[in-house]
Design a protein around this ligand. Sequence first.
Ligand code: SAM
Length: 294
Amino acid sequence: EIPAVGNPVRTRAILEKYRLRAKKALGQNFLTDLNILKNIVEAAGITPADNVIEIGPGIGALTEQLAIAGGEVLALEIDTQLMDVLDEVLDPYNNVQVLNEDVLKANLPDLIQTKFTDPSAPIKVVANLPYYITTPILMQLLKSEIKWSSITVMMQKEVAQRIVSDPGVKAYGALSLTVQYEMDAKIAFEVSRNVFVPAPNVDSAIVVLEPRKVALPIEPTNEKAMFSLIKGCFSHRRKSLWNNLQTLYGKTPEIREKMQAALDEIGVDSQIRPEQLSLEQFVQLSNALESRDL
Ligand code: SAM
């Protein structure tokens, strides 16, 4: 019987057969630990009822495990050179489609409608992400109108820690708030750099995102304004909230008066650092500023 693609000996044989060298510029680090591959699929809670989207299948190690556990699998790979490999390696599985596409340019809602037999089945993303575009990919997934059942993605450990971070610590910032606005986020487990071929320069972690179970108690009156406020506040995270607000909105007496009134309304001290504000407080602050035409 042929060993799984994720088996280190099989991986090496595939790379040799196709004379492949991992492309650094595309973030190619192939996972060669079957236990970890299975643990990722388990963390994602993949069942035969699921439509699965994989980003960056590489030589198909994770894709194979997704095909075994899932319903239908749609994998998007940018590297044309890998198409023949994937074709051969995934040949035994009739529930997998591989597209030679850049995920950042893909029309995901359209692909879901046209590629899955039942587009209304739960849609789960599972991926060992190309690390150089982790954040753009996450932003694309979150700002799409798709109702993801879950997003389970491997990334650099430090980025994972920023995503799941609570207020008050250094890792907390615009990324934490942007993700947590939509999703509950947790780290499922960490992965050593040594289980990849070639080994990356960083350790990794698996992040699981699921739609928020508890809705935010208040909604922003202007979502775009709230995200500008968040982004602006964390561009000088060592400065006080007050200094950041002055940079964002201005320093005239009239503006300062409005800003102080907004802070008073929500009961926040102007001298705290932005990282001490919770997501809920950012929503409150944004609404309080909006209502004063700032
Ligand atoms: N899934 C494989 C594994 O776990 O061993 C490979 C993961 S590797 C970290 C990232 C993969 O994403 C590579 O195969 C790379 O070619 C692919 N990739 C990079 N940029 C991409 C993009 N913009 N769209 C789709 N795939 C991309």
